[in-house]
Design a protein around this ligand. Sequence first.
Ligand code: CMC
Length: 388
Amino acid sequence: PGLATYDPGFVNTASCRSAITYIDGDAGILEYRGYPIEQLAESSTFLEVAYLLLNGELPNSAQLEQWTHDITFHTFLHENIKTFIEGFRYDAHPMGMTMAAIAALSTFYPDARDIGDPDNRKLQATRLIAKMPTLGAFAFRHGQGKPYVYPDNELSYVDNFLAMLFKMSERKYDADPRLSRALEILFILHADHEQNCSANAVRSVGSSGVDPYSAIAAGVGALYGPLHGGANEAVLRMLRRIGDVSNIPEFIEGVKAGNERLMGFGHRVYKNYDPRAKIIKQAADGVFEVTGVNPLLKIALELEKIALEDEYFVSRKLYPNVDFYSGLIYEALQFPPEMFTVLFAIGRMPGWLAQWEELSGDKEQKIARPKQVYTGARTRDFVPIDKR
Ligand code: CMC
């Protein structure tokens, strides 16, 4: 009884009002707080973008200095989180470890449950953005059996992350600035994407009034899935499986027959080239100048060319999305595939937090509780076990 709109997957349902990210999927436009993604990727830093998403405006110099200081101040993890990560099996997926560690952080910061206090919310957001690279790096090192590297607060956000991942001696780790800029651009491109599956998870869980660590852990779980953030890992595995350009036609036929999906293609919102994929393709060229070309690039380029000319993909408006080329860059930067989604999560953290902050101040927002269309049995009498 009652009026319900049946919309599985929320294809045509606006779950909230939001002033954070604007997307025009038909025109291939993405803007954070009104700033085109192309300009932010060209001229901004990840921390500036994080500030913009959370506060609505770009920081001035003094604000950026304070923000950078605050983030730097919170990069360390409680030692028991390290012990917690050590408890995982050697082959645990870093995304699973990251998700669990974020949920565990809620117990280290019980003050986070006071979500009615804006200063407190800001403190928790700062902590989460600051600690994400440390968590990601610890999860990575755990899988490699290497000792953890503590944050170096002399370094920038991205350089510090690279040092915690790859530093192998007492010497200071010097990341190639071209590679660290490429990673920064990838973080910027991933920073928010309005009501995607993981943002919706953060808002849905957050609407219960839970602390942000628990809500964000739900978002990380959503991102873990192969149809969302896990797609970049799946793209690399797919390219490796195709193995050679000559195998592409057969692979495409399999996709068209419905055997599998062309990973890194298609998007719920973009029915045009994903603007992030365009920027990533350019960034990839810069990275390959330093690292040498990833041999899988050839397969990816040919796959894209064939798909964009094929009626199946054209008629369904399936174009490369953000994940199609990002994995190739990550691999060139020496990341194993299972780290790709963790990188996505580090980039997406400011977006999740901005969505959560907006939710917290939204008086119209109620606890997320959709209706259903019931299709089961109607009232019937209980049958004792010996009569079934
Ligand atoms: N390969 C082959 N066919 C596809 C693909 C694909 N990648 N994507 C969609 N289709 C087909 C689908 O089979 C359907 O065909 P038909 O109308 O004949 O049944 C039609 O296109 C519409 O697909 P849909 O499943 O209704 O579209 P959706 O909006 O529900 O799904 C998507 C969007 C991203 C889940 C989907 O395109 C997909 O699975 N892509 C591959 C995974 C991927 O790359 N995900 C990353 C998304 S971008 C980053 C992120 O958000 O994490």
